[in-house]
Ligand binder design. Structure first.
Ligand SMILES: NC(=O)c1ccc[n+]([C@@H]2O[C@H](COP(=O)([O-])OP(=O)(O)OC[C@H]3O[C@@H](n4cnc5c(N)ncnc54)[C@H](OP(=O)(O)O)[C@@H]3O)[C@@H](O)[C@H]2O)c1
Length: 356
């Protein structure tokens, strides 16, 4: 039986050393996440470390579920740019039950969720049987959502909803015209298609796996499925208009093509960089067609926006589809799942049952 004091399992990202004890050679990642058994002393702040939540200052959560997002893939495989301190418990999502709280807003027994807000990056995260987190961004689990389904949505689902809300804020609605979703078979893409289709939008899904995942994407609600190769080639900065709006999670040349094909006054949300961080575009879509490029950042979203998005997820998720697009694994399978999400072979969402 695990306990905070007696020992619990966690995916810990740490410095790699070779057999002789030297640091890993430069060609291989210098750090990697692995399954370890740790205890509460892990949460004690190192003297030189930035202030972080500890059992005495934060909210202690007995975790039920976490998940694998693209960013977790980067962290666990040791890619640079995500993990900002070592050793670190990975996991940008947590769903579980409060066991103790230094903050009056939370009590033992509350079921809560947290996405981003620095966990799994600069603060210990949710891929563990226990988590200790700062209280400021915690959300009470809506009644309509089970812990498992909240993890199935996770950061990807939360970000998909933020993207839909951002389009709506620009006046886009089901009657505006066709909406394109890129990275369609991934986590953000799958949930975005499900939410948009349920709201009555006509959705085109762009996927690198259009053939193998076409039926899956149509089941989620896509009217049309196109091969992303159609959008990947660099083209003219203004092209024939095809889309009233788009939810993009891949960036790179593909996003540039999407911008070139947006109708007058249309909007595109950008949340990700699965195809790269560069954006080789011009100002022409913006100045000649009034196109809006809307940044979406789930990590630093204020609490009021988190609560609003999760209330809408509770009301607007088609849970039978969510169950169908989710795969459950245990903590021991996390390193392999991290490799798979970076290889682009994961469909939909991966839930981590931390007790399996
Ligand atoms: N800003 C935020 O707050 C925020 C929040 C969540 C996620 N994100 C970012 O959004 C992106 C997607 O996250 P996710 O969790 O949905 O990841 P995911 O499940 O791995 O989905 C990414 C999808 O992008 C497509 N893709 C992969 N490599 C590609 C490439 N080289 N070129 C074009 N498309 C490619 C694939 O879809 P197909 O096979 O269907 O083409 C893949 O399934 C990541 O960059 C992530 O860091 C950002």
């Amino acid at each position: 039986m695990s306990s905070l004091a007696g020992g619990f399992r966690a995916i810990v990202v740490d410095q790699l050393a070779d057999a002789a004890g030297a640091s890993a050679p430069p060609a291989t990642p210098a750090q990697r996440g692995s399954l370890r058994t740790i205890d509460a002393s892990f949460f004690a702040p190192a003297p030189e470390a930035p202030a972080t939540a500890t059992p005495a200052t934060g909210v202690t959560i007995e975790v039920e579920y976490s998940g694998i997002n693209y960013k977790d893939g980067l962290a666990v495989t040791g890619r640079p740019g995500v993990v900002r301190r070592l050793p670190l418990i990975a996991g940008i999502d947590v769903v579980g039950t409060v066991r103790a709280s230094a903050d009056a807003r939370w009590s033992a027994g509350d079921t809560v969720l947290l996405n981003g807000a620095g966990i799994g990056e600069s603060a210990h995260g949710g891929l563990a049987e226990f988590a200790v987190v700062a209280p400021g961004s915690l959300v009470r689990l809506p009644d309509a959502i089970s812990s498992r389904r909240a993890a199935a949505l996770g950061t990807a689902g939360f970000t998909a909803m933020l993207s839909v809300m951002a389009l709506e804020k620009q006046g886009i609605g089901p009657r505006s015209g066709e909406i394109l979703v890129t990275g369609a078979a991934g986590g953000v893409g799958s949930v975005a298609i499900m939410l948009l289709a349920r709201a009555g939008y006509s959705v085109t899904a762009a996927s690198g796996r259009a053939e193998s995942e076409g039926d899956y994407l149509r089941e989620l609600g896509a009217n049309t499925v196109i091969d992303r190769a159609e959008l990947a080639e660099p083209g003219r900065p203004l092209q024939s208009t095809r889309w009233a709006g788009a939810v993009d999670s891949v960036g790179g040349p593909l996003l540039a093509t999407v911008l070139a094909q947006i109708s007058y006054g249309g909007s595109v949300t950008a949340c990700g960089l699965a195809a790269g961080a560069q954006l080789p575009t011009t100002v022409l879509p913006f100045i000649l067609r009034g196109v809006n490029l809307l940044g979406v950042n789930s990590v630093d979203a204020p609490l009021s926006l988190r609560e609003a998005a999760w209330m809408r997820l509770a009301a607007e998720t088609r849970f039978e589809l969510l169950d169908a697009l989710s795969t459950e694994i245990g903590l021991a399978a996390v390193p392999d799942a991290a490799d798979a999400i970076l290889a682009g072979t994961v469909r939909g969402r991966t839930i981590v049952n931390v007790h399996a």
